[in-house]
Write a protein that binds this ligand. Structure first.
Ligand SMILES: [Ca+2]
Ligand SMILES: [Ca+2]
Length: 454
């Protein structure tokens, strides 16, 4: 699969956590490995559908040709989607099948969601629930139409744009939780220990802050370092065009987000070492994201989330390119305010309270079940007693009538009852000849109900 830049708009992903830093050993120019595009994950929950639709569309010669000439605007404004009407029948059939699969997957997701929230799914209206998914047209669930392609492109573009913002937000929460746990931990110590720990933690923080100068991403100093140390080339011969070609690892003519992020590994290694207690690798990935955003902001002038050779070369002519300033690392400015932390902690407390409440409800329900069990047991005993008494009365009646109870073959079944009827657990044992003794707490059947063996 060789995506054109327009498609890359959709498929070049901000997922820095999955990006693999490219390490080339100095001087050894090994043949370039094709970047495994199949492994690139957009992180979108409909990533697979998006990918498969594009793969199928690429097999159609007409659509492929249109794609070669389409620009980002054509893709964004839906002009390209109109071309869907002209693709071959075979391709349309495959797209229809993909859509049906996706709709069926979404239905399963909905069902799982409703089951987990205990919502009665008997009257679940799938058609209207499917409307919450914006990457396909829910009104028509069987065929893939131009509208589906348009929605898929616009939703994926929008979602990818929001993706970085969500990652920053997630990171902020991670940092607040870390600080919250640090404070709670210190609170639990006695004064002497706390002071010692505070000092130790401060020393770690200071140690983390001591690192070699970090170059501004995208500046000549930063690129030259990669050129020299990663590519093993002579710094005196630094050439932006060669640099661009070297780092366009999938050779599609543009630097995508992952290719850019790979360039920052050298800088990040100055600050973060997984072996050090004071260096947090989550912070390293946030730093990588910040660096990529910085470069994109300055270099990607047409805002398609890709750096073309032209854009790259233009950026090297700007005066910031030669800026020898240092990059302000993540620890220079706090990512949250004290007020935000307070709010976050209040949220945590609320959640904890809610969990406690739920545990208490469960405990009460358990108690109730126990009580009900007891009541049922008492009922069972009462019933047993009633059966016993009835059986006793029948025997007395039979004795009064002078008819000893008889077994199936006319043998005497019962000895005269000597136990007191008020002994609740007492059970009369019916002794059938040649049968093993039956001993259980089940109510004894009145003799006349015994099955007759013939
Ligand atoms: Ca590339
Ligand atoms: Ca661009």
């Amino acid at each position: 699969m060789n995506f054109k830049p327009g498609w890359l708009l959709l498929l070049t992903i901000s997922a820095g956590v999955w990006s693999v830093p490219i390490e080339r050993n100095g001087g050894n120019q090994e043949p370039k490995e094709e970047a495994p595009e199949e492994n690139m994950d957009t992180g979108l929950y409909y990533d697979r559908y998006l990918r498969e639709v594009i793969e199928v569309l690429e097999t159609d010669p007409h659509f492929r040709e249109k794609l070669q000439t389409a620009n980002t605007e054509d893709i964004k404004n839906g002009r390209l989607s109109k071309e869907l009407d002209l693709v071959s029948h075979h391709v349309r059939t495959r797209l229809d099948e993909l859509k049906r699969q996706e709709v069926s997957r979404l239905r399963m997701l909905l069902k799982a969601k409703l089951d987990s929230t205990n919502t009665q799914s008997l009257q679940m209206d799938h058609a209207s629930l499917l409307k919450q998914f914006e990457h396909l047209d829910p009104h028509n669930q069987n065929t893939f139409e131009a509208k589906d392609l348009e929605l898929l492109i616009s939703t994926a573009t929008k979602d990818l744009e929001n993706y970085d913002a969500e990652r920053h937000e997630e990171f902020k929460r991670y940092e607040m939780l870390k600080e919250h746990e640090r404070r709670e931990y210190l609170k639990g110590l006695d004064q002497e220990k706390r002071e010692k720990e505070e000092k130790r933690l401060q020393e770690l923080k200071d140690k983390h802050r001591q690192h070699p100068k970090v170059n501004v991403p995208g500046s000549v100093a930063q690129l030259r370092e990669v050129w020299e140390e990663t590519d093993g080339l002579d710094p005196q011969e630094f050439n932006p065009k060669t640099f661009f070609k070297l780092h366009d690892t999938n050779e599609d003519g543009v630097l995508d987000e992952q290719e850019l992020e790979a360039l920052f590994t050298k800088e990040l290694e100055k600050v973060y070492d997984p072996k050090n207690e004071e260096d947090d690798m989550m912070e390293m990935e946030e730093e990588r994201l910040r660096m990529r955003e910085h470069v994109m902001k300055n270099v990607d002038t047409n805002k398609d989330r890709l750096v073309s050779l032209e854009e790259f070369l233009k950026s090297t002519e700007k005066k910031e390119f030669n800026n020898p300033k240092e990059w302000e690392t993540l620890d220079t400015n706090p990512v949250y305010t004290e007020e935000e932390l307070q709010r976050f902690e209040a949220e945590l407390r609320d959640k904890e309270e809610e969990l406690k409440r739920r545990a208490e409800t469960l405990r009460q329900e358990q108690e109730l079940l126990k009580e009900r069990g007891k009541a049922l047991e008492a009922q069972r005993r009462e019933y047993q007693q009633a059966v016993l008494e009835m059986s006793q009365r029948q025997k007395e009646q039979q004795a009064a009538d002078g008819q000893p109870p008889a077994g199936p073959n006319g043998e005497l079944q019962f000895q005269a009852q000597t136990q007191k009827p008020d002994d609740k657990d007492c059970v009369i044992i019916a002794k059938a000849p040649a049968e093993p003794e039956v001993q259980n707490n089940l109510p004894a059947e009145p003799p006349q109900n015994l099955p007759l063996h013939t």
